[in-house]
Design a protein around this ligand. Sequence first.
Ligand SMILES: Cc1ncc(C[n+]2csc(CCOP(=O)(O)OP(=O)(O)O)c2C)c(N)n1
Length: 270
Amino acid sequence: MTTQISAWKDLAKRMRCDILKMTSEANSGHPGGSLSCVEILITLFEHEMRMYDGIEDPRRDRFVFSKGHAVPAQYAYMLDKGILAREEIHSFRQQGSRLQGHPCKGKTPFTDFNPGSLGQGVSAATGMALGYKMKKADQRVYVLIGDGEAGEGIVWEAASAAVHYKLDNLTYIVDMNGVQLDGTTKDIMDLGDLHKRFEAIGFLVDEIDGHNFEELVEAFSHHEDGKPHVILAHTVKGKGVSFMEGNYAWHGKAPNAEQLAMALKEVEEA
Ligand SMILES: Cc1ncc(C[n+]2csc(CCOP(=O)(O)OP(=O)(O)O)c2C)c(N)n1
């Protein structure tokens, strides 16, 4: 496991560099929330999800990127793994490209849902998990949610349904970076104690450091028959770049050439 984690840490650095490069070149996109979810995605894709023969395998587990504006993190993973050709990094947010600002099912590889309107991915993922249960199929469903996104009412409607239908094949991961579009999550829509809220409606709840691979692996291993699972993963928005960390200004702004050079240096030297 130690060797594995050291390789994942290197992968995380490469992904952070690609996130910064693609948003900078496009001069648009969402670096802050992309940088915060890198370790979550690596643990999911490299360890937790059963992929069998790869992303085209219909038996594989499903992933919904509900906070879809942060998809540069998934593109960076796919570029690193060769699922996307290296030169596609230059096509991010270009017209006609497979790498749009939000992923597009049927066009973007490894995409099970078209996100964009926050909250809807949670509902879709919950429906997918219910469908697999009804078919007595083996797939598990994972959905990545922003903590700002968790203020959407549809999230709680879906969560209640997940408990009602005993969807123990469903895992919500909340990227708890504490910052959303133009301020802190607490200032814009204080959600109170998410741990208690999810527990109260009947979820199995874990609360961890979302940049710590050991804690992520451990949390994903938890399961309780008949209960959906939520992992509240505490992260830092803009993780790895000091001038972006915790700063809402970098939610939806790309670094210019000078800022990119500074950011890459920091990530590479960390
Ligand atoms: C329904 C809906 N309302 C508003 C937006 C605009 N919007 C895009 S990202 C964002 C903030 C999301 O914050 P959070 O979920 O915390 O994401 P993260 O910080 O992880 O990037 C908002 C309000 C949207 N995409 N969908």
